[in-house]
Design a protein. Sequence first.
Length: 241
Amino acid sequence: MNIVRAKDYKDMSRKAANIISAEVIIKPHCVLGLATGSTPIGTYEQLAEWYRKGDLDFSKVTSVNLDEYKGLPRENDQSYYYFMNTNFFSKINIDTKNTYLPDGMEPDSAKACGEYERIIESLGGVDLQLLGLGHNGHIGFNEPAEEFVPQTHCVDLTPSTIEANKRFFASYDDVPKQAYTMGIRTIMQAKKVLVVVSGEDKAEILKKAFFGPITPKVQASVLQLHPDVTVVADEAALSLV
């Protein structure tokens, strides 16, 4: 595991964007695994800026996202499809036909998850998977549990995750209580993994995830077993290590 120390959020975003841009330049047909949440936004903004300057071309890139809320249509401004389109896809020249997320409007969980696994397999897997780090150690929506779930699955969101997401919705009751998410084996099969972490509030979980025991109670800890992981974190997030 390679730990890259950044001065602050902006520096973290630029360093992470450098790693992703190198993948796109070296392999124009690459498959990028993408994440939502506040942490990756700066990385997406940096990549979009380099695209506008003519330094990057996403026309041959395919993307697969980690997760999507169950029951939210794509047009909902809190769906992850909407997030990706607003913060990234609409700002670059990626072909939207080559952007994939789990189908949140498919009520049959087994069908939705099985189809997403087939899509990823048909693409030959993920070349570089971008991840954030949840306050409880979740990656995607793989919440603390008694075991690691290998494949894409439907998950009941924990109260802490629902509480964290409440600020995006009109009320607690409006927050989706389930999501479809890539499983741990699917994530671990990515050829490269890039984790972005920012802020003092993530310092404790960063230490547990990457310097503590490997346990499904801290799902991100399994990344210690991946052969090619880079963690880009700012000084605040690394303040306890």
